[in-house]
Write a protein that binds this ligand. Sequence first.
Ligand SMILES: Nc1ncnc2c1ncn2[C@@H]1O[C@H](COP(=O)(O)OP(=O)(O)OP(=O)(O)O)[C@@H](O)[C@H]1O
Length: 261
Amino acid sequence: MNVLLETKGLTRRFGGVVAVNEVDFMVPPNLISGLIGPNGAGKTTLFNTITGMDTATSGGVTLEGRDITKAPAHAISRWGIGRTFQNIRLFKEMTVLENVLIGRHGKNSHMGSFGSRFVHAVASFLMIQKDEQELLEGAWRWLDFLNLGEFAHNLAKNLPYGKQRELEIARALATEPKLLFLDEPAAGMNPAETAELMDTIRRIRDTGVTVVLIEHDMKLVMNICDRITVLNYGRKIAEGTPGEIRQNEEVIEAYLGKDDD
Ligand SMILES: Nc1ncnc2c1ncn2[C@@H]1O[C@H](COP(=O)(O)OP(=O)(O)OP(=O)(O)O)[C@@H](O)[C@H]1O
């Protein structure tokens, strides 16, 4: 099977707690992968160690064969991993468009080098003119993709909750990732918002972006994931298609329970 991202024996300890324990996790390209498990199973910690927001105690991570285990978050973002967070992290007093532009800005690293010398400054200025156009076009492309265009000039704080979550996704997509990690994207959404989100995530996958999501909404997970990995107490206990996971006794025992429909 093709591999986009892979962890080998990934481990993260916090004192006596082994939050992620020797996890081998493999993400195939162009699919939607789900990461599920009980509260405290280590899902977010696994995301954090992969994306460089936390450091693994041992083990390794590769992205397209490149070792990114010790790389800082900004480098990993540049190499093509975008993410959203469990708790909404928007600039609430800024507009929807500005929030997406911030995501996009990180992509154009020379934007920060507006220089000390005159010639360099002029060159940078011309570059910025060009970049501004590109920045705006990219931001609008993702706003339209997520049906947020009509809210572009509204303050982020005035968006309905479900739209705020989608704005976070737009901001992550504006970095043009090849791999997108979503941490509980449906948390707090009503059923209509969740249904729209499912459609959005499928459309993201269809653009060629690989998606990995953490989610407790089993209806969403079972509906849209091509593969599922299950963590329990930091360990991977199962991996497979939704059909396989649904019938896995250990997963039913640890997480799904007997009432799962
Ligand atoms: N910074 C930290 N310091 C100490 N312990 C931590 C830290 N971050 C996570 N943990 C512990 O690691 C374990 C895994 O937590 P983590 O948040 O990764 O689980 P999770 O599967 O994402 O849970 P949830 O579904 O509730 O979000 C928990 O026992 C948690 O208390």
